[in-house]
Design a protein around this ligand. Structure first.
Ligand SMILES: [Zn+2]
Length: 460
């Protein structure tokens, strides 16, 4: 029975990686499998070695970082340990938006710059580049963290997601590749109706995936539907949730409905997987071989348990270094060691972004993540946006304008796109604001809806 996954693991995947010049992925996976069990001190030493090399490279090759060092009156050799990194200023999203080209390494081959950009759920989109080698180490990191949830290469996986950009293409080559490599079953949550939830249910029963990977909100929405309709779902080995805040009662709901453990994950487009739960479910282990994380409070580094702003330094992306980058989420360190024996540091909690589904005039549901990515992020002049909803088919936009904001054209765009996704009759209000601060808990509300769609109301 387990022959096919073995074929994928040992033959089809290596062949496909070899063909794409991405065999480094397997080398990184092998490395990360070993280093995760190193002692905390050994991992910190590895981070320091990597940080020192990165700083020297950034100083020599990136005009932006050369200036940062010069302004601080430092050279990379003045830094003697990880803690000394605090001498450099924090890298904000706006720095990347404004100084993008100056951050790319001068000696980096243009053919090895892979362009990417963030979604719009915590602010205006941020464009960035990574190298092919970093693409491989990111993929390897994801595979390692998947394995903590009992997910092996070649297993059947279903993805409950609302981001077509992540989705494999639909050409025959891509379909063949997908079938051979057992790429996931995609259940698209960009636009949900009761009928599409019923289809998810049957598709999962038919496909019987070992793992379900989902946006937290999408999984919760699906679980509520199954519960209200009294349906017995396919029971996977585990559910991996990411991209959004997962509250304790929501985790409980998922575990009750699907009868399996939930592994929460925290990541972002800029650096991929940041931290994940292991089977001890005692905080989230950081992907420390590739990322150096700091948690910053107004009075300095956060003590264990103390919430602060998460700063990340990508230790493996030399194409466009990100050093002390403020992701826009807040979190706190866990203290003590994890029973699993891994020396990777742990986050106790992360208060990420809230991206509720929005309800259209006809009762359809549209994922907040989808709107953030495909409506707001496509229009940088909108800046930072928040969507509030208290009535089906009506939304209020709160806008902290970007640099080239044009009230007439930008609001017209929002109106057109909103009606396109939520329905032609949608009532749209908007207000321009000075600031969109995070909640006192640190969570950033991108979309908040207090409306329950009809089909999720139990008495119906
Ligand atoms: Zn652990």
């Amino acid at each position: 029975m387990r022959l096919y996954p073995k074929l994928v693991r040992n033959l089809f995947l290596p062949l496909s990686l070899w063909r794409n010049g991405e065999l480094a992925q397997l080398r990184y996976l092998h490395e990360f499998e070993q280093t995760q069990f190193w002692s905390t001190d050994a991992i910190r030493e590895l981070q320091w070695q990597r940080l020192r090399t990165l700083l020297r490279h950034a100083y020599a090759q990136c005009p932006f970082y050369r200036l940062r060092f010069d302004h601080a009156g430092l050279t990379p050799d003045d830094l003697r340990g990880l803690e000394d990194l605090r001498a450099l200023p924090i890298l904000e999203k706006c720095d990347i938006q404004e100084q993008n080209k100056e951050m790319v390494a001068r000696n980096w081959p243009l053919g090895d710059l892979i362009a990417n950009q963030t979604g719009g759920s915590t602010g205006a989109p941020v464009p960035f580049y990574l190298s092919k080698d970093r693409k491989c180490s990111r993929a390897a990191a994801t595979l390692r963290h998947n394995r903590w949830a009992g997910w092996r290469i070649g297993d059947r996986v279903a993805v409950i997601w609302g981001a077509p950009r992540d989705r494999p293409s639909n050409s025959w080559r891509a379909r063949l590749r997908g079938a051979l490599l057992r790429e996931p079953l995609w259940l698209d949550t960009a636009n949900i109706t009761e009928a599409s939830l019923a289809e998810f249910h049957t598709a999962l029963l038919r496909y019987r995936p070992r793992i379900i990977q989902a946006y937290a909100r999408s999984a919760v929405m699906f679980a509520r539907y199954l519960q209200v309709r009294g349906l017995t779902p396919h029971r996977p080995h585990a559910i991996v949730t990411s991209a959004e805040v997962l509250e304790a009662d929501e985790r409980q709901l998922l575990e009750d409905v699907f009868g399996c453990p939930v592994f929460n994950r925290y990541g972002c487009r800029e650096v991929s997987v940041v931290a994940s739960e292991c089977s001890a479910h005692s905080g989230l282990h950081v992907m420390a071989e590739g990322l150096y994380l700091e948690i910053e409070t107004p009075h300095g580094s956060a003590a264990p348990g103390e919430m602060g702003s998460i700063l990340v330094t990508d230790l493996l992306n030399y194409a466009m270094p990100l050093i002390r980058y403020r992701i826009g989420d807040v979190g706190a360190w866990a203290s003590g060691t994890c029973p699993c024996g891994r020396g990777l540091p742990r986050l106790k909690r992360v208060a990420g972004r809230v991206t509720d589904f929005l309800v259209g005039c006809d009762g359809r549901l549209v994922s907040g993540v989808y709107l953030a990515t495909y409506v707001v992020a496509q229009r940088p002049s909108l800046g930072q946006v928040q969507i509030l909803q208290h009535k089906a088919g009506a939304v209020t936009y709160r806008i902290k304008p970007g640099r080239d904001f044009n009230r007439l054209h930008d609001l017209e765009y929002l109106q057109k796109m909103t009606r396109c996704y939520l329905g032609a009759e949608t009532q749209i209000d908007s207000e321009v604001v000075e600031d969109l601060p995070a909640e006192p808990s640190g969570k950033f509300l991108f979309s908040r809806s207090t409306v329950a769609p009809d089909f999720l109301v139990a008495s119906k």
